[in-house]
Design a protein around this ligand. Sequence first.
Ligand SMILES: [Zn+2]
Length: 412
Amino acid sequence: MNDASSSMGETGVRYRVMTAAAMAAHALTDTEQSADSRLQTLMDAHGRMLAARGPHSPLTFSAFRDLLRQDLSLLLPDGVPAEEMENVCLITPDGQFDDDLYDLEQEQRLVMRTLAKAARGGRPVNGDALEAEMDQEKVYMALKKRLNQTDYVAGRSALIQYPAGPVSRLRKLNLPSTVADFYHPIEHASIYDRWWFACPICRWPMKVTITRAGTRKTGNVQCFHRPHRTMGAAYHFKIPGTGRPPTLIPAASAPPVPSGNASVLFADTRGAVPDPIPAENHVALTRGVWRWTTVPGLVEIDLHKALEARGLRSVLWPDLDAYDLHVEVGTAASSKTVFRIDLKDYSNAILLAKKIRADEGDAGGADWLVVPDYRAASLPLLSSVCKEFGLNVATAGDIGALVCEKAGVSWA
Ligand SMILES: [Zn+2]
């Protein structure tokens, strides 16, 4: 067994344990489903968990149920290291399913697919799920079909800047129908009565939940992307009279604007309380396209615009998306510096490090791996892995500052 396939084996066990546990935790917390169907899902998930753990690690149904509220790594069979699953909980202290698990599941899948490619000939893990293409990949293929850089950039920018809105507006974006197919009616989880709310940062529908304390009910509205919640995309509302729209109130005071290099691209949510929007005739991108195209794309476009505003030459997604940003400083060949930037917004730094190792650097030829400023904490781990492959690492704010310094202009 080579490195890739042994690593794929353990990653595969973690992935299968995580997806079975997530399925169960979802059923456990979804009080809108009938008790019967929740129990049926829990039993199905328990069966999957036993299959993932293997015959030497039995787990009773009641132990399984109890562990769902604890550290996810406790569900792993002996001998499989916790890695990215350490300190992850499926259910939040207030009894809700933690939406961050979606990111973890998708990131594990991306890593496993890369490992599976690296270990060609190795036994595939959980083949069906791995081979199924993800929405964000299908959408890129559909955009690339035209083989025209201008159309590609226009289409991808549209997915980033208009992730949700009225159907009439979507038509004006002029997207190929194979791309427009990724817009669907607003999901039930984002609707209160007949209203939805756009995140002030990404414009995608936020999650709506109702919590009960005694007889009192409160509405909660927050972006599905944790960093956006942290930056202020979290609200609550008093239950309005029948037929009336709710009025959002910020859940906490928004964080202060950071100082230094991170201040330039910071999304300031103060003074931007979203209005209720009728869901009728409104559509939103599927979650995969929003999470992997819109969310990182916001930082890519902001960085690009900030560099252009400082008089620098910056090209988005060159060569139909070999990497994200091509920046040149200096004109004479002798003094020219080129930055080939790939931006990655993984919630889990361990998984991103594994992906880089499996790709042996950047698959598209970038020489800078850049993370959003809100992922600055992942830099130490990423730097040590990237060094092996000659890949430089920085936050978006710091790469902006570095490029500007080369060009002799000011960033922050
Ligand atoms: Zn958001």
